[in-house]
Design a protein around this ligand. Structure first.
Ligand code: NDP
Length: 345
């Protein structure tokens, strides 16, 4: 790619937000360029395609009455984007070469190392230091769920063995029906996930490391008033038990040091998320948790004109594939309109 070539739009990220932005931008003849990212371990493996690559069955995305696996869904999003002219930065240059839906992603996609937003056109640098110039930029890098980092936790999360970081995504699966389930964490998410799980579980234990919830008062009350929720105070999980399926956890009391076993049919992490915004180097306004601040609640505009953001790197509340996809659509439409206003065809 010649150094003086300027892309109309570059999209960083390959989850539902990134690919949907690519589909819309491609159909608007903007021939978007996507940095899909590489697998990384942080501490669980994060594949290009975002958090859905770690989800087994997606049953709440409209249009798939039988459900679809997360990796297959992302591969379909990608193929749809490529069909309309999206290009992807890979080890071997720019590729329209799509992985087969059954294989998941090709792993040769490139990471975006840094961006320079100090002047227009913006400069986006790949991991091999190749620089790409672009008029508009869409950030859709998502967020990663935080995990404890225990070996069995990771193994069972990857194999669909009853360990998950999203109750709303996975809680309704048959394997969790009428079981004793546990949620780790004491924030609003933990309460929300525990409450949601009471629809399916025989009982839900919230495992919290302190003797006070971090959740807002109203949410905390909701948990404490729910007869199906039991809060286990001052407890941390030191091991996850089970071979193919989780059978329980080893707990340690943070005050007494006493260890115990809790039998479980499912375990859900709700210990916060980390938005993937560090590579922005402080050039976009972020909130105190690192999520990109939008200039207008209903748009995708950021603190830098020409830079748009979508998906979980913006959203600490909904975090659903369908909400991320919708935001990706908005970002592409905003970018297209902005390019037209700027007279960039
Ligand atoms: P929070 O950061 O608010 O809470 C994370 C919880 O996880 C804390 O209780 C924390 O414990 C615990 N935790 C963190 N790390 C560990 C660890 N390694 N081991 C054990 N426990 C750990 O994240 P949330 O995802 O709950 O919420 C994020 C934001 O989204 C908040 O602003 C929240 O208000 C908002 N939100 C709002 C909702 C609503 O209004 N309906 C629903 C969901 C989220 P400790 O308390 O000891 O630090």
């Amino acid at each position: 790619m010649p150094q003086n070539h300027v892309e109309k739009v570059i999209i960083v990220g390959s989850g539902p937000a990134g690919w949907t932005a690519a589909i819309y931008a491609a159909r608007a003849n903007l021939t978007p360029l996507v940095f899909a990212g590489r697998p990384k371990t942080v501490p669980t493996t994060v594949l290009p395609g975002g958090q859905l690559m770690l989800t087994t069955e997606v049953e709440n995305y409209p249009g798939f009455p039988e459900g679809i696996t997360g990796p297959r869904m992302m591969s379909c999003f990608e193929q749809q984007a490529v069909r309309f002219g999206t290009r992807i930065v890979t080890d071997h240059g720019l590729s329209p070469d799509v992985s087969s839906p059954d294989d998941g992603h090709s792993y040769s996609y490139h990471e975006c190392k840094r961006v320079d937003l100090s002047a227009r056109p913006f400069v986006v640098t790949g991991e091999d230091d190749t620089e790409y110039q672009t008029h508009a930029l869409i950030i859709a890098t998502g967020a990663t769920a935080n995990w404890l980092g225990l070996e069995n936790e990771q193994r069972l999360a990857r194999s669909g063995g009853g360990v998950s970081a999203c109750a709303v995504c996975d809680g309704a699966l048959p394997l969790f029906r009428d079981k004793v389930l546990a949620v780790i964490g004491g924030g609003d998410s933990a309460v929300e996930e525990a409450t949601y799980l009471t629809k399916f579980a025989s009982k839900v234990c919230m495992i919290h490391r302190r003797d006070q919830l971090r959740a807002s008062k109203i949410m905390a009350k909701r948990a404490m008033d729910n007869p199906k929720i039991e809060i286990l105070w001052n407890k941390i999980v030191i091991d996850v038990l089970g071979d193919d399926r989780i059978s329980g956890v080893r707990l340690k009391d943070t005050k007494t040091g006493e260890e115990s076993t809790l039998r479980l049919g499912g375990l859900f992490m709700a210990i916060s998320h980390t938005p993937a915004t560090e590579f922005l180097g402080g050039q976009l306004q972020l909130d105190d948790k690192g999520y990109i601040k939008l200039q207008d609640l209903y748009r995708s505009t950021t603190s830098v004109e020409g830079v748009f953001a979508a998906g979980d790197c913006v959203d600490s509340v909904y975090r659903q594939a369908v909400t991320a996809a919708a935001m990706g659509c908005k970002a592409a439409i905003d970018a297209e309109r902005w390019l037209a206003e700027e007279g960039i065809e």
